[in-house]
Design a protein around this ligand. Structure first.
Ligand SMILES: *Cc1c(COP(=O)(O)O)cnc(C)c1O
Length: 403
């Protein structure tokens, strides 16, 4: 049996099951082994500095490269149609390595004004303290992106759909603006996933995922990845991956590899369930507003249909007196867990209070930015990550809890 599959012609499910994997040469084991060894027996002439490291299959030290982690990187590259990938211990480890790879003192970056809270917080003070200029704009507003670009802008960083608003950014249009200004474009595609959107094919230079979410899919392993071209990612691996050391554990890589085998199947059910729950919530008299890219009522439904081939499983909703409803849900829900995070097989819900978030994480400089926040989130939103349970059970759980 030969194990070379032409992944360019294979379907998504075949890619998810087989890419990056091959029977173990020593034992013929069909499932991948976990290689937990941190070091490898090498020749006397082996390099002791990552400067001399070549991208090949000689293993030296697990922070530099590990066979199980490499299998995951290969699988992700095939799914995202990327030349290569570098895996990290978490989504934030990937994001911070990417920022420090692309930006140095004197450079400038344009960043989504609403994005994953830890990124927003890191770029409020920590990154500017390195003498890197940061401008935060609503990246769904192309004029705002254009106006923010400067001669020293090296990076435009967007998150679409963004966490927690579910506001979208037109990747193709922003890629043109960024490239016209001599900057690179990075897209955090954690919410969309490769089942919905392939940002590299739309002109992005880097894609980032928190593997902790849909790709791992089971809420039991943190991980992150950057995907893109070798010209960028080979030096990135040497510098900000190996030297800063946010290395993914081989055990987590193995769990995530296993999770990805069912990734396309899971995304179909996440979407189907989210559509059913979103439609139920939209009809509920106690619910003021629902945001889900798959609903015609989403303000950017046209862009969602063009850019997302799967609407994914996250929706937000608003009720009167969010804090009181949050206490009710935390107490009464039986199936849905009141917890942060998203993209797991278990449904999760969490209340995000606008007043608190606008103080701690998101700092707006224009009235338009605040108006856009208010249009999507009002006083606060419940972020519901719709899992893989039966939709009717989830709806019944919400019904008995919301009342
Ligand atoms: C969770 C998340 C991250 C951070 O990932 P971790 O694995 O928790 O570090 C980054 N971006 C988005 C959009 C996320 O949802």
């Amino acid at each position: 049996m030969s194990h070379t599959i032409n992944f360019q012609q294979a379907g998504e499910q075949t890619k998810a099951v087989h890419a990056g994997e091959r029977p173990d040469p020593a034992t013929n084991a069909s499932a991948p082994n976990i290689v937990m060894s941190t070091t490898y027996v090498v020749d006397a002439g082996t390099t002791f500095s990552v400067e001399g490291l070549e991208e090949d299959d000689r293993w030296i030290y697990t922070r530099w490269g590990n066979p199980t982690v490499r299998q995951l990187e290969e699988k992700l590259s095939v799914l995202e149609e990327a030349e290569t990938a570098v895996a990290f211990a978490s989504g934030m480890a990937a994001i911070s390595a990417l920022l420090l790879h692309c930006l140095k003192a004197g450079d400038h970056a344009v960043i989504s004004d609403v994005a994953y809270a830890a990124l927003s917080e890191a770029t409020n003070e920590m990154i500017p303290a390195l003498n890197i200029g940061i401008t935060k704009v609503d990246t769904s507003d192309l004029e705002a992106v254009r106006a923010a670009l400067r001669p020293n802008t090296r990076l435009v960083y967007v998150e679409t759909p963004c966490n927690p608003l579910l506001r979208l950014t037109d990747i193709e249009a922003v890629a043109k603006l960024a490239h016209g200004a001599g900057a690179l474009l990075a897209v955090d595609s954690t919410f969309a996933t490769p089942a919905a959107t392939k940002p590299l094919s739309l002109g992005a230079d880097f894609v980032v995922h928190s593997l902790t979410k849909y790709l791992g899919g089971h809420g039991d392993a943190l991980g992150g990845v950057i995907l893109g071209g070798k010209a960028d990612l080979t030096p990135l691996r040497k510098k900000t991956a190996i030297r800063l050391g946010g290395t993914l554990s081989p055990f987590n890589a193995w769990l995530i590899l296993r999770g990805i085998a069912t990734f396309p199947l899971r995304m179909r059910v996440h979407q189907e369930n989210a559509l059913a729950v979103a439609a139920y919530l939209e009809r509920h008299p106690g619910v003021k507003q629902v945001a889900y890219p798959g609903l015609p009522s989403h303000p950017q439904y046209e862009l969602a249909r063009r850019q997302m081939h799967n609407f994914s499983g996250i929706l937000t909703f608003q009720t009167e007196d969010g804090p009181a409803m949050a206490r009710r849900l935390a107490e009464k829900l039986r199936i849905i867990h009141y917890a942060v995070s998203l993209g797991h097989h278990r449904s999760l819900v969490f209340y995000l209070n606008s007043r608190e978030l606008l103080q701690s994480s998101f700092r707006f400089s224009t009235p338009e930015q605040l108006a856009s926040w208010n249009a999507f989130a009002g006083d606060g939103v419940f972020r519901l990550s719709v899992g893989l349970e039966d939709a009717r059970d989830l709806i019944a759980d919400l019904e008995q809890a919301i009342g």
